[in-house]
Write a protein that binds this ligand. Sequence first.
Ligand code: ADP
Ligand code: TZP
Ligand code: MG
Length: 267
Amino acid sequence: MQDQTTAGNLLRTMRANSPLVQCITNFVAMNIAANVMLAAGASPAMVHAEEEAGEFAAISGALTINIGTLSSGWLAGMLKAARSANNAGKPWVLDPVAHYATAFRRKAVAQLLELQPTIIRGNASEIIALAGGTSRGQGVDSRDAVEQAEDSARLLAEKHGCIVAVTGVTDFVTDGQKAKRIAGGSPFMPQVTALGCSLTCLVGAFAAATTNAPFEATVAALAVFAVAGTQAGAAADGPGSFSWRFLDALASLTPEVLDREARVTVA
Ligand SMILES: Nc1ncnc2c1ncn2[C@@H]1O[C@H](COP(=O)(O)OP(=O)(O)O)[C@@H](O)[C@H]1O
Ligand SMILES: Cc1ncsc1CCOP(=O)(O)O
Ligand SMILES: [Mg+2]
């Protein structure tokens, strides 16, 4: 029988469903993340107000929460949305942007972790710090290698019963037991702001489109970024042209090419 959980098949399913994803992201990411989602075939909605975030989570296929430009009003909306997603049985993804930088962020992330995200996606410095290690992160940017964050990712996944994705040159995804690495992408990617935030939203789209397969959904979303990133990077002259080429590559990526080009290995 054909494997329904290859990245290509999950991309086909995701596009067929075009899932509504509530993206509580940050002011920097809102526009590019929505464009990335539309190019890939998902249906994003940037809804964060405390007055409506919980109600909206109940009608969305998945929720993503990113603390990049946090304020107390947004945090209230995030907590309501996460509780509502849990009550409705919807997956939700946490992106702990620069959570190590201030006491406000550290406390917010602790509150969000108590609500048991389905998936955590962060860069290496964020994942190392989230597991209690000493990271070299500077603001929103990672200064650690993914390889150094792999043990932290496994620990976090076990502790919180979730999937953890660490991104960088070669990405790593684990449920605490099994793990995969996804190679590809482009050195231009960390030079374009909010691509990690956009990827978190896309992980939400794949999680919404799969039933009880958050590990495979996460691997598929990361593989889409890796293959489209490689394609865009090969033709780009710099981060500016990479940006629009990346959107085009996402939109034109076929499930067949994704399965052929994806460099996914068991870790
Ligand atoms: N040097 C690199 N080479 C290839 N791909 C990269 C590189 N750095 C980041 N990426 C890719 O960029 C995307 C965003 O990841 P990352 O930069 O780690 O997130 P963040 O923006 O949250 O720090 C991921 O798809 C990741 O694989
Ligand atoms: C620059 C910046 N400042 C606050 S959030 C943000 C965007 C971070 O995006 P990413 O985590 O994808 O690099
Ligand atoms: Mg980030």
